[in-house]
Write a protein that binds this ligand. Structure first.
Ligand SMILES: [Zn+2]
Length: 112
């Protein structure tokens, strides 16, 4: 299942789309304005990449400063939103992970 990233030439926003089959790729439309004037970007979320290179790509591709990530609530929100944009639904498990990240419980677990 490929995940492609697009930039919309109409509203200039970027989004990721998970495709289940090749027919859907031709029907893709902008998630924000519904436009079909899209440019495909090199995906930083390719399924073939290692986790390390995915994280590296993530840091450089997002205009968020260090301050953003110092607030763990932002990290949780961002991850959740990103998963949703990618069409990945982890259900309650994701909520639990995000909640633990937000409350700092993940760090406590690592200390043990
Ligand atoms: Zn658009």
């Amino acid at each position: 299942m490929p995940i492609y990233e697009y930039r919309c030439n109409q509203c200039e926003r970027e989004f990721s789309q998970l495709f289940l089959n090749s027919r859907e790729i031709r029907k893709v439309k902008c998630k924000f304005c519904g436009g079909n004037d899209l440019k495909r970007l090199i995906s930083s979320f390719s399924v073939h990449q290692t986790e390390g290179s995915r994280l590296a790509g993530l840091d450089t591709s997002k205009p968020k400063g260090d301050d953003f990530y110092k607030d763990s609530r932002n990290v949780g929100l961002w991850a959740k939103k990103r998963m949703k944009e990618m069409g990945v639904d982890l259900g309650p498990k994701m909520d639990e992970i995000v909640e633990r990240g937000r409350t700092g419980k993940i760090l406590e677990d690592y200390d043990k």
